[in-house]
Design a protein around this ligand. Structure first.
Ligand SMILES: Nc1ncnc2c1ncn2[C@@H]1O[C@H](COP(=O)(O)OP(=O)(O)OP(=O)(O)O)[C@@H](O)[C@H]1O
Ligand SMILES: [Mg+2]
Length: 330
């Protein structure tokens, strides 16, 4: 058992960071239980990286408090630094060195003797599926390999708390699922992981709890199940052959799914948020019934899908407006 001064890995209250008159983090309250993956979900410019940088002691808060395993990030910054590791959105391995060289160098910097550093490097490269790429320069790695070597570098010394800042943004589906496997391995070894993401499905797969932030503020917090039930178990997306049939399709879908139907800008597309209290299975059954009712009404459907709500839909449900991007907010 590792010694812990508290069961909370992170506790913030009223945390603030301003850049000029931009309140990037605007009174954030977070409680992250130790030993779990905690998801922080938010659009571009929400304040995710700024919050992580304060928690990792890289940025000084302008207000409020933050503790990591009970230690204040300002007054006990050195202690906190010894407990955390950060894999940044823009990470830190040397492009001109090979994967192996990077991990050995970082291991030496952490004070490991050369044979130990080499063993640990080889072990991590193996665990992360990078053995074959071990002797290639990192600049020649694919995006997915690059994220994996970044994470490997950040867990050379098993940290108590690992920050992963958008570890899968821009990756293809296969590389994303490799990163997810790695996160599961890391947390299984007892490390608490704070993961920022723009994808609800990612937070849903990995995180025990999720905080949704927007404009530096917490707008929702809970388990993935709680969050989805406040938002809707899923969304039905329908594309019709003929735009003239859309009013009829809207009536059928509203009746069958007993929910508000959104008419998309695209004149053949409709979206329906499936009722929140229902299970995933019930949602699928309802969706199937709606599809057969559309067919029975002579409506030609080109495309029909039931998916998890997107971040946009989460924001629409929680705030009554779409997720604003940094550009739109500016
Ligand atoms: N060093 C800085 N100087 C000035 N403004 C900053 C700085 N860092 C962040 N900001 C601003 O603070 C706000 C929050 O930025 P932050 O990088 O924390 O968002 P984010 O949630 O990580 O977004 P993304 O998903 O794009 O990474 C933005 O409006 C950003 O422009
Ligand atoms: Mg960021």
């Amino acid at each position: 058992m590792r010694k812990r001064s508290t069961d909370l890995a992170i506790e913030t209250s009223g945390l603030v960071k301003t850049f000029g008159d931009n309140r990037a983090v605007d009174g954030l309250d977070l409680s992250v239980p130790a030993g779990t993956v905690y998801g922080v979900l938010g659009p571009n410019g929400a304040g995710k990286t700024t919050a992580v940088r304060m928690l990792a002691t890289l940025l000084r808060p302008d207000g409020g408090e933050a503790r990591v395993f009970g230690h204040d990030v300002v007054r006990e910054a050195d202690t906190v630094r010894g407990l955390v590791s950060l894999t940044g959105q823009y990470a830190s391995v040397d492009e001109d060195m090979t994967g192996m060289e990077n991990l050995i160098l970082l291991g030496r910097l952490l004070g490991h003797a050369k044979p130990a550093a080499r063993d640990r490097a080889a072990q991590l490269l193996e665990a992360f599926g990078l053995t074959e790429a071990a002797d290639r320069q990192v600049k020649n790695y694919s995006g997915g390999m690059r994220r994996r070597i970044d994470i490997a570098a950040s867990i050379l010394n098993t940290p108590e708390l690992l920050f992963l800042d958008e570890p899968t943004t821009g990756l293809d589906p296969r590389s994303r699922s490799q990163v997810w496997d790695i996160v599961r391995i890391v947390v299984a070894h007892g490390t608490t992981v704070l993961l920022t993401t723009q994808y609800l499905d990612e937070a849903d797969r990995l995180a025990g709890r999720i905080a949704v932030i927007d404009h530096g503020r917490l707008i929702a917090e809970g388990t993935p199940g709680e969050l989805k039930s406040s938002v809707g178990a899923g969304s039905v997306h329908v594309r019709l052959r003929d735009p003239a049939q859309r009013p009829e399709a809207e009536r059928v879908l509203a009746r069958e799914l007993r929910a508000q139907v959104y008419l998309e800008a695209d004149p053949v597309a409709l979206t329906v948020r499936v009722n929140g209290e229902e299970s995933d299975r019930a949602a699928a059954e309802q969706a199937a019934r709606a599809l057969s009712e559309l067919a029975a009404s002579g409506i030609v459907v080109d495309d029909f899908s039931l998916g998890q709500p997107s971040l946009d839909e989460v924001f629409l449900a929680l705030t009554d407006r779409p997720a604003t991007t940094e550009e739109a907010a500016a």
